[in-house]
Design a protein around this ligand. Structure first.
Ligand code: FAD
Ligand code: SIN
Length: 525
C-alpha cells in the first residue's frame, strides 16, 4: 500500500523528533522508528548537551575547544553554526518541557567534560538523554500533523534507480522520492512517497562486538544512502569512549559518563597508580581519543582487561546526588563507587563521519536531508568533543526544516515508483546464516579495526568482509526481506566504508591511529 507525506522522517532520536516537531506546521509528517519511539542512542545519553550559557564561557572558547578536539579536520563554518545557534535551541527544548538541573541559585548546574575549557554541559542528573527523549515524545503524541510508525523498518530510499534508470555516483541530480518500508508486524512492505525525506537513523555501534549503543544502531541510514550513491565521508573516525563499565558479555556496555572525570574522578592502573599525566598534561580530562588510546596502551603493556576510575576521594553524598543512576547500577553489581574503584575499558561509542550534508542539512541527493549521528556536518572533524552531538542533532534538524519548507510546496510526489517486488524469494532456510555472519562482522571490526590500526590488519579485515558481502548479497536476492537480513547488509556496508576510508588515510589524525603512519600530516592530503 502506498502512503504519501510531505515529510518522511526516518528515525525518532533527537534529530528525527525535533525535525518532525518543527516541520509539522508546514505539512503532514510520517515519523518512522524500527522498534519503539523511545529506543534510540538519544535515550542513553548521560553527560548532557554542550552550549554556552554564562561568563566566563563564550562562543570563542567553545569553538576553540571543538576545533582542538577535531584535530585540524573540522569544518569551521559548521563549528561556528552549531556553537552560535546552540543557546536558541536549548531555549526551544526548555519550551518543550525538557528539564535541565539547576543550582540553588536558579542557574543551570553546568558540568565539565574532557576537552572543554569551561563548565558548559547542561544535564539532567546522569540521564540527560532519557529526559530529552521522554519530553519530546510527550510533544509528538499531541501533534495532529505527525503520524508515528513504530516497528517500521526503512529498507531503501527511492530514487531514479527504482524507475529503471542506471544511477551511479556520477549521475547528476539523483532525487529521493521516499522509501520502501517494512511493517515488522505484518511483514508487508509499504511504499512511502514523500516530497522531503530526512535520514535520522543514528549510530553504527553494532558494527562492533562491544559498544555503548543500543541494538537499533546498525548504520542503516548510512548504508541506504551509500547504496543510493550518495556521498559518505570520514568513516574512519570511529570514537571509542574511554570508560565503558567492564562487564564482559554485557550488551550494550553500560557507560560511565565523562562528566564524572570533570567532577574529579581519576584514572588509575590496577595497582592504583595514576597514568594519564604520562600521556597528556590535561591528565584524565584530555580529549577522548587521547584518553582511550592511553588506556588501551596501559592495558596492552600490563596484559590487563580494564583500568580503574576512582571517585572515592570525593564527598559520597555529592557523588550520589550528581550520578544517582551510575551509583545505583554499580551498587547492583557490588561496586559502591563512593568506596570502590570502578573497572572500565574503552568501548565503541560514536561515529564522526557519515552522510555528508551542507550547512542546510542537504545531502548530495536532492530532497534528501540528514541530521544527527548518521550525518557528517564537519562539526566533529577527526574527533568529537564530548556532548557536542546532541546539540548538533537539534541545530541541524532546525536548519533542515528551515531549508526544506522553502521547497516542499514545489515538489510533486513521484507516482511512477513501483511496489516492492519480491518475486522468486523465499524465507531464509536457516537464520544461522544471518546471525553467524553478523557475529563475524563484529569480531572482524573489534579485532582489526579498533583504536590502534595497521594496514596489515585493515587489509585482512577487508578480505574477510568481501566474502561475507558476497554471501549476504546472494542470500538477500533469494530471501523474503526481514529486518535481520537488512541489518546484516547494512553493517557490512558500514564496515566496508570504515575500512576503505581508513586505508585511504596515510596519517594518524584524531580517532584514526595507525602504526604505519603514526604522525599527523601537516596539511591534509
Ligand atoms: P538516535 O537517537 O540513535 O535515533 C535513531 C533512530 O533511528 C531510532 O529511532 C531508530 O529506531 C531509528 N532507525 C534506525 N534505523 C532505522 C530504520 N532502518 N528504519 C526505521 N528507523 C530506524 N551525546 C551527547 O551530546 N551527550 C551525551 O551525554 C551523550 N551520551 C551518550 C551516551 C551513550 C550511552 C550513547 C550511546 C551515546 C551518547 N551520546 C551523547 C551520543 C548521542 O546520544 C547520539 O549521537 C545522539 O543521540 C544521536 O541522535 P540521533 O537522533 O541522530 O539518533
Ligand atoms: C558521556 O556522558 O560521557 C558521553 C558524552 C558524549 O558522548 O558526548
Amino acid at each position: 500500500m502506498t502512503r504519501k507525506y510531505d515529510f518522511l522522517v526516518i528515525g525518532s532520536g533527537l534529530a528525527g523528533i525535533s525535525f518532525a516537531l518543527k516541520a509539522a506546521p508546514y505539512g503532514k509528517v510520517a515519523l518512522l522508528c524500527k522498534t519503539t519511539l523511545d529506543e534510540s542512542n538519544t535515550s542513553y545519553a548521560q553527560g548532557g548537551i554542550a552550549a554556552v550559557t554564562y561568563e566566563p564561557d563564550n562562543f570563542e572558547k567553545h569553538i576553540e575547544d571543538t576545533l582542538i578536539a577535531g584535530d585540524g579536520h573540522c569544518n569551521l563554518a559548521a563549528v561556528e553554526k552549531v556553537v552560535k545557534e546552540a543557546p536558541a535551541q536549548i531555549k526551544e527544548m526548555l519550551s518543550w518541557g525538557v528539564d535541565f538541573d539547576k543550582t540553588d541559585e536558579g542557574l543551570f548546574d553546568l558540568h565539565r567534560e574532557g576537552g572543554h575549557s569551561e563548565h558548559r554541559i547542561l544535564h539532567h542528573k546522569d540521564n540527560t538523554g532519557y529526559e530529552i527523549q521522554q519530553s519530546l515524545i510527550r510533544k509528538i503524541r499531541n501533534n495532529p500533523n505527525i503520524e508515528v510508525y513504530e516497528n517500521y523498518f526503512a529498507i531503501e530510499i527511492l530514487t531514479q534507480h527504482h524507475l529503471g534508470e542506471v544511477v551511479t555516483q556520477h549521475t547528476p541530480n539523483i532525487e529521493c522520492y521516499g522509501a520502501y518500508v517494512l511493517n515488522q508486524e505484518t511483514n508487508h512492505i509499504h511504499t512511502f512517497l514523500s516530497k522531503i525525506t530526512v535520514m535520522a537513523t543514528g549510530g553504527i555501534g553494532n558494527v562492533y562486538a562491544t559498544t555503548t549503543n543500543p541494538g537499533i544502531a546498525t548504520g542503516d541510514g548510512i548504508a541506504m544512502v551509500h547504496r543510493a550513491r550518495g556521498v559518505i565521508q570520514d568513516m574512519e573516525f570511529v570514537q571509542f569512549h574511554p570508560t565503558g563499565l567492564y562487564q564482559p558479555g554485557q550488551r550494550p556496555t553500560y557507560l560511565i559518563t565523562e562528566a564524572i572525570r570533570g567532577y574529579g574522578a581519576i584514572l588509575r592502573c590496577k595497582d592504583g597508580r595514576e597514568f594519564m599525566q604520562k600521556y597528556d598534561e590535561r591528565g584524565s580530562l584530555a580529549p577522548r581519543d587521547i584518553v582511550a588510546r592511553a588506556i588501551d596502551n596501559e592495558m596492552k603493556i600490563r596484559g590487563h582487561e580494564f583500568v580503574y576510575l576512582d571517585v572515592t576521594h570525593k564527598d559520597p553524598e555529592e557523588t550520589k546526588m550528581h550520578f544517582p543512576n551510575i551509583y545505583k547500577k554499580c551498587l547492583e553489581l557490588g561496586i559502591d563507587i563512593t568506596k570502590d574503584m570502578i573497572p572500565v575499558s574503552p568501548i565503541q561509542h560514536y561515529l564522526c563521519g557519515g552522510i555528508v550534508v551542507d550547512l542546510n542539512g542537504r545531502t548530495s541527493i536532492n530532497h534528501l536531508y540528514a541530521a544527527g549521528e548518521c550525518s557528517c556536518t564537519g562539526l566533529h572533524g577527526a574527533n568529537r568533543l564530548a556532548s557536542n552531538s546532541l546539540i548538533e542533532a537539534i541545530v541541524y534538524a532546525d536548519a533542515a526544516v528551515k531549508d526544506a519548507v522553502t521547497i516542499v510546496n514545489d515538489i510533486k510526489f513521484n507516482e511512477f515508483v513501483p511496489d516492492w517486488n519480491d518475486d522468486g524469494t523465499k524465507l531464509p532456510e536457516e537464520m544461522v546464516l544471518i546471525t553467524q555472519s553478523f557475529r563475524e562482522v563484529e569480531q572482524i571490526m573489534n579485532s582489526y579495526v579498533g583504536i590502534v590500526r595497521s594496514n596489515l590488519r585493515l587489509k585482512r579485515a577487508m578480505s574477510r568482509l568481501e566474502i561475507l558481502y558476497r554471501e549476504t548479497e546472494d542470500l538477500f536476492e533469494r530471501s523474503v526481506v526481514s529486518r535481520e537480513i537488512c541489518e546484516l547488509r547494512n553493517v557490512i556496508s558500514v564496515a566496508y566504508l570504515i575500512i576503505k576510508h581508513a586505508l585511504r588515510r596515510k596519517e594518524s589524525r584524531g580517532l584514526h591511529y595507525t602504526i604505519d603512519y603514526p604522525k599527523r600530516m601537516r596539511h591534509e592530503g
